[in-house]
Write a protein that binds this ligand. Sequence first.
Ligand code: CO
Length: 153
Amino acid sequence: MALREIRYREDEVLYKRCKEVVKFDEKLAILLDDMYETMQKANGVGLAAPQVGILKRAVVIDIGEGRIELINPEIIETSGSQNGSEGCLSFPGLFGEVERPNFVKVKAFDRNGKEFELEGEELLARAICHECDHLDGVVFTSHVTEYIDMDGE
Ligand code: CO
């Protein structure tokens, strides 16, 4: 595994729509392993491929309950809503209030190309929505209703 360079703020790669993954090969496996290592090193709970400069529909998530990999994810059901603080590894030090569904069901493929469904509530639902947004070139700042001052300045 290797660390990848995280792309920040105005980097144009963060604002582009990613392409579907069609090859579930060793290159994809390496990308996913590298993304996970990069996310963990940065103390994040989620990372999408465009955040390391790769315009492919692949995300990794770990909210402290183990590694989740979503390839070509599609949110197929949502319900409820939650408000909470959200941040992003591509926007260090920036936190804002974002409303998200409290429950989501997502359909995706694993690294071997096998389709599965995953349900998530609360933080996991938030992470799934945030990371899926990245694949469409949408960053969390476009949903922020109020920025949160974390340094107390
Ligand atoms: Co993010």
